[in-house]
Design a binder for this molecule. Structure first.
Ligand code: SF4
Length: 90
């Protein structure tokens, strides 16, 4: 197992089992929505209700929180509409 794999395995072991799937989806690099959701969940100690109660409107992820209705908004569409590019865009 590589150092990266070890790090990911440790992180997975530390989170509630019900959120491991979304983290794994995020780590494939193919789902920005999963990455945003996993990041906010981890930020809030894996407490979904705390993401909804987030009090950090200056956080760049704030408008994309699931509680803000971001689950219905394609992330790439949001970035495309603003004219910005994300690191994964080619
Ligand atoms: S929007 Fe809130 S919950 Fe999400 S990463 Fe930022 S501070 Fe954390």
């Amino acid at each position: 197992m590589t150092s990266k794999d070890d790090t990911i395995a440790r992180r997975l072991a530390e989170m509630p089992p019900k959120y491991r799937g979304i983290y794994k989806r995020a780590m494939t690099g193919k789902s920005r929505k999963a990455a945003l959701r996993a990041f906010c969940l981890e930020c809030c100690g894996w407490q979904r209700v705390e993401v909804a109660r987030c009090t950090a409107p200056a956080c760049p992820l704030f408008p994309y929180r699931r509680a803000a209705g971001a689950a219905d908004v394609p992330v790439t569409g949001s970035l495309a509409a603003s004219g910005e590019r994300s690191p994964g865009d080619t």
